[in-house]
Design a protein around this ligand. Structure first.
Ligand code: ASP
Length: 618
């Protein structure tokens, strides 16, 4: 995988890994502390200075000694490490080996002791070395990792490279440590996948940092992102959910905003909470409160409480409503929730407490913004931290296409984007339907997409799902109100597509949902006659399932039965007769199916007709 020894030497000599193109990725590791590098002293875990790098150098996957001896200078050997190349480490030819530099913070911290100053330090480090590296890994304690990652996601403005937080539940030096896997995965992803977000890597998943919570203090899967799927899944392959990756809307340079307002608090409502307690929270110098309410955003509908909220909001305190539930969003579907809204409280949608606090600190510290703007921005999706449309709807920003078109056209207002959405959504819905991508269909539907929208040819998602025999998608669409009656420019409804595809299950589903054959009888008859000519009994059966009348006549007054008899199609004749075809219908020349059978002296067919006559007489 090495391009040449010469190239490697040049890179090392430059001591600026970021400047070298080639098969190496360059990652800066900021080691802030946490269990991952802790050791026991007096029976408890404490962060220990200067032990991580020497220990990493004893673990072959973290340090390719042969490579280092050959190419690193003595000075570089101090903190330059390289991920080992081995045939079974999952690194394929298009995944680069990672050269990484570890910068150890002093002092190393248990993350419970970290605060805004430490967040700023991390942000500044990233900023000052931004151009030299492909990505960043922050080794951090798990306890407040979700807070720091959330804060960093706001502090890093127009981020264009990955910043991956990781740590472990068991120190990296111990035999059963989860730290090795978390760290090596973070290094490989940070060096190879340009996800311009602040992320958390834990237990073979990589989540958006500001969507995470620490959910478990003892299991190795310590983190969860309850309202969002992981952005990366680390299985045999590294799978990145690219469409969900959040990208900055501004085509501006990366910068960090390192001041954060400290005057914010989290108030968790509980039954019987007193007005005094609530009032105490709202005392100066408080500037922002994250209110954690019940369920979908409800609080006791008490005049005393609402008055405190209203007063505080009128003074200029920004109050954001989030739910106490782990999963889901706040809405105004209950009177109790609506009352909060009316008191000036901003919906925090599905933000985690960590994200809501960080965002409030960030927004409040933006001196150049007016209070109105700060309030407005609290309700906007700034870093993918929330689903913006109220009532728990998903953001249209989730859709790469819309995002990039909006960018190209320099659209930024809600109205402009709504218009763009109107024109793009039908095609997105049809395309998702063609692929059977119910998840995307659901997102599009939830973000206001019309499930029965038509494309330029008048076709709907249901047409497309039927044409592609996407059974589950047909079911999904029907259960979400997709119309079975929309005809495309050829006059075909989805039932015609299903018949064409001879998909009996889909035909039945459509018929059950009220679909009928949309064609005039003459067209149906012509189609049936031609199917008989093609000897396609299965197709005939599908038409039957769709509710066809086999006695429809074509422009010569002929039925499918006329053709079947003339063509001596015994099986088809039998089937048509058994399914209501009449042998006495005269075409414009006065011929019936029966007269044809007699003329042709087709005994078997005459028998079928005879039997039918007999049963009619009975
Ligand atoms: N107390 C440690 C910390 O947050 C826990 C950990 O790293 O897992 O620093």
């Amino acid at each position: 995988m090495l391009k040449s020894a010469e190239l490697v030497k040049t890179m090392i000599c430059l001591s600026r890994p970021g400047t070298v193109a080639g098969p190496f990725a360059k990652v800066l590791v900021l080691y802030t502390g946490g269990t991952i590098g802790m050791a026991t002293r007096d029976g408890v875990f404490v962060p220990m200075k200067n032990i991580l790098i020497p220990r990493l150098k004893t673990i072959p996957i973290f340090y390719d000694e042969k490579f280092a001896n050959e190419y690193f200078t003595e000075e570089q050997k101090h903190n330059h490490l390289i991920v080992q190349e081995s045939p079974d480490d999952g690194l394929s030819t298009d995944v680069h080996r990672v050269v990484y530099v570890v910068e150890e913070f002093d002092p190393l911290l248990d993350s419970s002791n970290m605060d805004i100053t430490d967040w700023s330090m991390i942000a500044n480090k990233i900023y000052s070395s931004y151009d030299q590296y492909d990505g960043f890994v922050v080794l951090h304690g798990t306890d407040t990792m979700a807070y720091t990652a959330s804060a960093l996601s706001f502090m890093c403005e127009n981020l264009g490279k990955p910043v991956i937080f990781t740590g472990s539940q068991i120190p990296i030096f111990e035999a059963r440590s989860d730290g090795r896997d978390n760290f090596i995965s973070s290094l490989i992803v940070a060096g190879n996948h340009c996800i311009p977000e602040v992320l958390i890597c834990f237990d073979r998943k990589i989540f958006r940092g500001n969507r995470c919570i620490k959910k478990d203090s003892s299991r190795l899967s310590a983190f969860d992102s309850p309202n969002m799927q992981p952005l990366v899944t680390l299985a045999i392959n590294i799978m990145v959910d690219w469409p969900s990756v959040f990208r900055s809307w501004e085509a501006s340079k990366f910068q960090v905003h390192t001041t954060m307002c400290p005057n914010v608090a989290l108030l968790r409502i509980f039954p019987g909470i007193t007005t005094q307690t609530v009032r105490a929270f709202f005392r100066p110098p408080i500037e922002g409160i994250v209110l954690q309410t019940f369920g979908a955003g409800n609080a006791p509908n008490r005049k005393d409480l609402l008055e405190v909220f209203k007063e505080a909001s009128d003074w200029g305190v920004i109050i954001v409503n989030i739910t106490q539930c782990t999963r889901g969003a706040v809405a105004t579907s209950y009177a109790t929730g609506k009352a909060l809204n009316d008191a000036g409280i901003i919906s925090g949608s599905d933000m985690t407490p960590e994200a809501a606090l960080a965002k409030l600190k960030y927004v409040l510290s933006k001196d150049e913004w007016t209070l109105e703007k700060k309030r407005e921005y609290m309700g906007h999706n700034l870093r993918g931290e929330m689903t913006t449309n109220v009532e728990g709807k998903l953001s249209i920003l989730d859709f790469e296409l819309i995002e990039s078109v909006a960018k190209t056209l320099c659209l930024s207002s809600r109205d402009e984007i709504a218009k763009l959405r109107e024109s793009l959504y039908p095609n997105l819905i049809l395309s998702a339907s063609r692929k059977g991508d119910i998840k995307t269909l659901e997102k599009l539907r939830q973000t206001g997409g019309n499930i029965s929208a038509t494309n330029q040819d008048g076709r709907t998602a249901l047409h497309v799902a039927c044409r592609n025999s996407k059974l589950e998608t047909v079911g999904y669409l029907l259960h979400h109100g997709a119309s079975v009656h929309v005809k495309d420019y050829h006059g075909d409804n989805p039932l015609i597509d299903a018949i064409d595809m001879k998909n009996e299950v889909v035909i039945k589903m459509l018929v059950q949902a009220g679909a009928v054959i949309p064609w005039p009888p003459i067209k149906v008859a012509m189609e049936l006659c031609s199917i008989v000519l093609g000897q396609d009994l299965n197709a005939i059966k599908c038409w039957k399932l769709a509710g066809v009348d086999f006695n429809s006549i074509d422009y010569n007054g002929r039925t499918a039965l006329h053709v079947a008899v003339c063509r001596r199609e015994f099986e088809i004749t039998k089937y048509l007769i058994e399914n209501g075809a009449e042998y006495t219908i005269e075409d414009i020349f006065g011929n019936t199916a029966l007269s044809h059978a007699k003329k042709l002296e087709h005994c078997e067919i005459l028998d079928v007709l005879q039997n039918s006559m007999d049963s009619e007489c009975l």
